[in-house]
Design a protein around this ligand. Sequence first.
Ligand code: NAP
Length: 279
Amino acid sequence: MIVVTGATGNIGRPLTEALVAAGEQVTTVSRHAAVAPEGGRHAVADLADPAGLEPTLAGAKALFLLLSGELHATGADPADIIGRAAASGVRRVVLLSTLGVATRPFGATRIAMRALEDVVRESGSDWTILRPGGFASNALWWAESVRSRQVVAAPFGDTGVPIIDPADIGEVAAACLLDDRHLGEVYELTGPAVITPREQAAALAGVLGSPVGFRELTRAEAKAGMVRSMPAELADDTLDILSSPTLAEVRVSPDVERVLGRAPRSFAEWAARNVAAFR
Ligand SMILES: NC(=O)c1ccc[n+]([C@@H]2O[C@H](COP(=O)([O-])OP(=O)(O)OC[C@H]3O[C@@H](n4cnc5c(N)ncnc54)[C@H](OP(=O)(O)O)[C@@H]3O)[C@@H](O)[C@H]2O)c1
């Protein structure tokens, strides 16, 4: 049995689908009730309470660990989850980290994630670490304004990074959970090309078949929206990257293709699959 945390999110859903399609028994985890995967079960648990995860980890062979929201805040203790997983006999851990760990190791949230990577490496379990850059699904932040006013409001409109489709992250994670060739690897995951927010607005217009405008937000306006769903320090770290990405942050990584044997999906492909959210 494989435990998938973050199971109802952008990565967790396609990851669970890929594992079930491969014939694996999956236990999905999130704080809210959800439909169980075929042949498996859904466990309601909060990762902020690692002890409460123990019944879910019992008997699992592998764990996909994805932290959300306040678990990134200073003072959270997600390392305890790794310790309890190893003590429960979990033999393989795939950790969802972030590219910023490599490109900007000094932000508060990235120092914490780097430390968690080290805990995973030293846990005694087999491991793979995934370091994705920005997600295509961040465009869902714009869904309401596109629906109601046909406009994307975002900061740094002409500064881009090679954002990745979270479905590709899910498929890479499934491969890492199932295939020994990925043990001990650290994969940097990006999309196929740099794309700016203004170009994303144009791609959304393309899939909608109607015009979508662009309004540039100030950094402060953008942060005010982001802190509704993430700690302020993570919002600051993210805005630092979006405002002035380094060379390493605009580089297109070969790792999705190395793992999946195909190129990563484009933002337009993500937008086409998710067009209903913007109508
Ligand atoms: N967005 C980016 O550009 C970017 C870039 C690099 C890395 N990342 C990382 O990617 C991750 C987000 O992935 P995603 O987009 O797939 O997530 P998502 O769509 O926001 O979904 C989050 C999932 O985690 C569950 N969850 C949230 N808090 C939980 C808790 N305390 N205990 C148990 N389950 C919890 C949610 O379900 P419930 O609400 O029911 O609990 C949901 O299933 C974060 O770790 C983020 O740092 C993001």
